[in-house]
Design a protein around this ligand. Sequence first.
Ligand code: MD3
Ligand code: FE
Length: 196
Amino acid sequence: RAEIAPGAVHVPGWLDSPRQHQLVQACRDWARTGEMERVRLPGGGLLSVRTLCLGLRWRPYRYTGEPVQPLPDWLAELGRTAVADTLGGSIDPDVALVNFYDDAAKMGMHQDRDERSAAPVVSLSLGDACVFRFGNSQTRARPWRDVRLESGDLFVFGGPSRRAFHGVCRILPGTGPQGLLKGRLNITLRESGQGL
Ligand code: MD3
Ligand code: FE
């Protein structure tokens, strides 16, 4: 357990192996019903990551009203447990974003500002490791810290870290648990604040 910055807690290996397999299987099921798609930015660019939304559809830079698959109660409960285990307090997540990274995918430095709630965000990593860059709340430039996120890791971002710039610099192919998945999945649980 490491506090990377105030409100940013990294717990390596928080998910045991059966749990990781259960989550990957759930992602496969969701991907069959919904679409894992490369999201288009208003400027025309395409993200290299493939995203699937549960609960509410997310598009840069908003949550839309279009229906998507529901967020299962067991997944919201896992998010509540994650916050209770780290920062303490409670969340009531209504959205999960599932991001899939192939070997070449990455995510540039950005802030998550589309939620109207100040609640912490819960991040769960599965499959290949990545170099995750955790920056500051003022600028997308330095100072930042690079952290290796491995399969099973939990990261919770709350308080002063909720608005920090962050990104995924690269995937480390072949570093995930044998037989779990090729590539990397990241599940974030969020309170959209829609309807608050
Ligand atoms: C810090 N996802 O979905 S997870 C995202 O691995 C996103 O797919 C990355 O950035 C991924 O928006 C990073 C870590 C993460 C997620 C949400 C955050 C870090 C965060 C929200 C606020 C601050
Ligand atoms: Fe983000």
